[in-house]
Design a protein around this ligand. Sequence first.
Ligand code: CDP
Length: 238
Amino acid sequence: MTQQNKKIIVAIDGYSSSGKSTMAKKLAADLGYRYIDSGAMYRAVTLFAMENGMIAPDGTVDEDALSEAVNSIHIDFALTSEGQHTLLNGKDVEHLIRSLEVSNHVSPVAAIHSVRKALTDRQQRFGVEKGIVMDGRDIGTTVFPHAEMKVFVTASPEKRAHRRYLELQQNGTPSSYEDVLANVIERDHIDETRKESPLRKADDAVVLDNSDMSLPQQEEWLMNLFNKTEAKVNGRDC
Ligand code: CDP
């Protein structure tokens, strides 16, 4: 890429465990763009709520207490030898936030207005200078409605649950396939039906169903779309 090329914002949204993060991370690394995992931010807030007694055993979230605390929660990303890790108030919580326990509480937390507002503001600040790839549920619809490139990723619930099941095994936090599938289906439902910024495809997003795609095929598909989009933005399309 030459110096005078305008950098763009890439928004990758989609269903849980659809492989958004893997493809977003790889694209950002290939382009020299910044990668932001917005889901990790919701997961970090959820872990904070769990650690501070704001989630009752029946899963009810103490919305008032969390709303009061959310603006003072510090979330950052740091590059480690294992890749980009999420920091919660300075502590590396990358592994903790990926546990099934956090997954089981994150969607109700992410449906709370004050949480969405606080995190949306921070996500928008990350994008001020463009040159960013962000993945999540509402990046193309709410966080960056004017993003130059928008992708909506989907795959069958069974495929997605299988991928997440393998990932949890590799991370040393194994769970049964049935539990993972139930979590995927439950989160899809909460994310799609919540009042604020529900998960839906932006009108101008391109759909990617990667059910039967290998990682290299997916990467190639994404890079082709990026090249086309970036050429258009920089007036090179013919
Ligand atoms: O990686 P996975 O698909 O499991 O989910 P994630 O991207 O880590 O996001 C975890 C949860 O955070 C989602 O199920 C949503 O409830 C919420 N989320 C959201 O509401 N908005 C976003 N922009 C990103 C995540």
